[in-house]
Design a protein around this ligand. Structure first.
Ligand SMILES: [Zn+2]
Length: 120
């Protein structure tokens, strides 16, 4: 809140418009006495802070990798039927490792965390 500055003529004491340039409309005097209003600013604020958190989890499947993984999962036991002994064991281990590695890459989890802080 700010009160407007008031002005009075120095010659006749007539109150004049502080924004209007001299001379005084009543007596033509050029002198003026200004009195500034007191400006008091009281900060009155009620602060409410609200934090809104939004979490989103999206799973993205890499289709071609998933097909390979499923192909290995289903195909390898069939291949294993025709392979016996150490060779079959090595192929089985390789297939398991490949399935494991590819499987972990086939599905990608994307986490999105949004935080909105609202001041009001
Ligand atoms: Zn005057």
């Amino acid at each position: 809140m700010s009160e407007p500055t008031t002005a009075v003529c120095q010659t006749c004491g007539n109150s004049v418009d502080p924004n209007a340039p001299p001379p005084c409309p009543k007596c033509g005097g050029m002198g003026r006495h200004y009195s500034a209003g007191i400006s008091v600013s009281v900060p009155c604020s009620t602060s409410v802070t609200a934090t809104h958190e939004h979490r989103e989890e999206t799973k993205q499947n890499n289709r071609s990798l998933l097909i390979v993984v499923w192909g290995l999962t289903i195909g390898m036991p069939i291949v294993g039927m025709f392979l016996a002994g150490p060779v079959g064991a090595v192929v089985g281990v390789v297939a398991s490792v490949m399935t494991n590695v590819l499987g972990s890459r086939a599905t990608k989890t994307i986490r999105t965390i949004e935080r909105n802080t609202v001041h009001s």
